[in-house]
Design a protein around this ligand. Structure first.
Ligand SMILES: Nc1ncnc2c1ncn2[C@@H]1O[C@H](COP(=O)(O)OP(=O)(O)O)[C@@H](O)[C@H]1O
Ligand SMILES: O=P(O)(O)O[C@H]1O[C@H](CO)[C@@H](O[C@H]2O[C@H](CO)[C@@H](O)[C@H](O)[C@H]2O)[C@H](O)[C@H]1O
Length: 443
């Protein structure tokens, strides 16, 4: 049976969000033939009484060429069933579908009005560790297929469309999307954007700088090391402030009053409580974290809120030869859509990136026999780049005042709590990286 084959296969996929829990059942909610040999499935996966829905593109062939062997899901009645995202001929049909605004059985493929789509490039699946699956078409487009489906327009599509209409810099231009109805709501299945073929990922660039510092003699400071990253961190801060400004202009904004600020602190506490039940290693830090959240309760000030990125880190930004570009405005994967599209203080993104500098500095320490010797270097690199980013953010027009310190710190801790859970589920050996965020620091 197809559902049994898929249930055995889906749990092994990098993008499957329910890892670590047994799959009780998988049922196929919709099955649309997009073209001969290409089926679009929405599969409901049941785990511990709750349901998540996933998008699967299913290829069917009588013979499976060697190049698709790794994509095999199984065989049924002599037909090979495989993950069609690896089949560039079939994925070309999606590109053509978007170029021609085609619809098949409720699956609507669309292009952004006014753009020309070149249907000739062949697709490759991006090798990155991802929550979704991205197809790169030649040097031209990157098409992200959302795997876990949540009814509604994906915030990434909503935001890049609005910012592209304003000719905002620092984003990857949208070209097309695929959608369907889920629970009676138009739901984004995929988004296709400009592929930044000459750009480098912020995380890779930051790691190169950290490695360079670790290779230097101890008397060379982070500022004097050849791979110093601070000028880039500063530029990234400027770009971040500009993106926040564009978001504030393109979408509604608001102000939350003191009592609502307390509610925000309560949200941080709930996340901490949930996280501690899943990752007991957080428990020894609970009092210190609660104390930081208490300072937010006591803020006697309003907080400006707006649409934000929501899951901002070095892997979400790319450096082109001319500028930093911000990707993936989807919020934290796994959170409900209403939370991901809610208005927040932009400090939430600032905190996310500050955490990421800490991650970049520390991730080379795990299982490293030189960890004790390198720890002060990690701290030096992180502090230098965190400061440069904040300077750039302020230079670019972003607001971070002394009054914001308590809120910024609480956002950082809350992000670290999220990260501990994320790492425990996906990369357990990385749990110590976010745990280090709870070490006592000078204030
Ligand atoms: N427009 C783009 N141009 C070039 N590479 C991209 C682009 N968008 C994403 N990428 C690459 O894909 C990776 C993952 O993309 P992302 O949107 O963060 O997916 P996910 O939400 O699944 O993590 C990025 O870190 C980057 O390396
Ligand atoms: O990029 P995604 O939307 O899938 O975000 C998730 O995965 C990220 C890891 O890929 C995770 O980010 C954490 O690890 C990064 C290094 O790999 C680091 O730069 C980030 O600071 C850290 O949060 C992200 O939290 C998660 O939502």
């Amino acid at each position: 049976m197809l559902d049994e084959l898929l249930a055995a296969w889906i749990g092994r996929q990098r993008w499957f969000g329910g890892k670590g829990r047994a799959i009780d059942a998988l049922s196929i909610e919709s099955d649309v033939e997009l073209a001969p040999g290409l089926r679009h499935l929405v599969a409901a996966v049941w785990q511990e009484g709750s349901r998540e829905r996933y998008q699967i593109l299913l290829g069917e062939r009588a013979e499976l060429p060697d190049r698709l062997g790794h994509a095999l899901i199984g065989t049924l009645g002599g037909t090979y069933l495989y993950d069609a995202v690896h089949d560039s001929d079939l994925m070309g049909l999606l590109l053509g579908g978007m170029a021609r605004d085609e619809s098949r059985g409720g699956i609507r493929m669309r292009h952004v009005p006014g753009v020309e789509i070149d249907t000739t490039p062949k697709s490759l699946v991006l090798g990155a560790e991802q929550s979704n699956t991205s197809l790169v078409f030649g040097d031209s487009y990157i098409c992200k297929l959302f795997r876990r489906l949540i009814p509604g327009v994906n915030p990434e599509l909503e935001i890049v469309t609005a910012l592209a209409e304003r000719h905002a810099p620092h984003i990857a231009r949208p070209y097309g999307w695929i959608e369907t109805e889920l629970d009676g709501t138009a739901t984004t299945l995929a988004i296709m954007q400009e592929y930044l073929c000459t750009a480098n990922d912020g995380w890779d660039l930051a790691l190169a700088s950290v490695r360079d510092l670790y290779a230097c003699m101890p008397e060379i400071s982070a500022a004097d090391a050849g791979g110093d990253f601070a000028a880039e961190s500063l530029r990234l801060g400027v770009a971040t402030a500009r993106v926040h400004k564009e978001l504030a202009e393109a979408f509604p904004t608001g102000v939350i009053q003191c009592h609502e600020v307390k509610r925000m602190a309560e949200g941080f506490r709930q996340r901490l409580r949930r996280a501690m039940t899943e990752v007991p290693a957080l428990r020894p830090h609970a009092d210190a974290v609660e104390a930081a959240y208490h300072k937010v309760d006591q803020l006697a000030a309003e907080v400006r809120v707006q649409r934000v990125h929501g899951d901002y880190h070095l892997g979400q930004v790319m450096r082109t030869p001319t500028e930093w570009v911000v990707l993936d405005f989807e919020g934290e994967p796994g959170q409900p859509l209403a939370e991901r599209t809610a208005l927040y203080s932009p400090l939430r993104d600032v905190a996310g990136m500050l955490r990421s500098f800490d991650y970049a500095a520390r991730h080379l320490l795990a299982d490293n026999p030189r960890a004790a010797e390198l720890e002060p270097r990690a701290e030096e690199w992180a502090d230098r780049n965190r400061m440069a980013f904040l300077d750039g953010y302020i230079e670019g027009g972003g607001a971070v005042t002394a009054r914001d310190a308590a809120l910024l710190h609480a956002f950082e801790l809350s992000k670290a709590v999220y990260e501990v859970v994320y790492e425990a589920r996906n990369r357990p050996s990385w749990v110590p990286i976010p745990l280090a965020a709870f070490r006592p620091r000078p204030t």
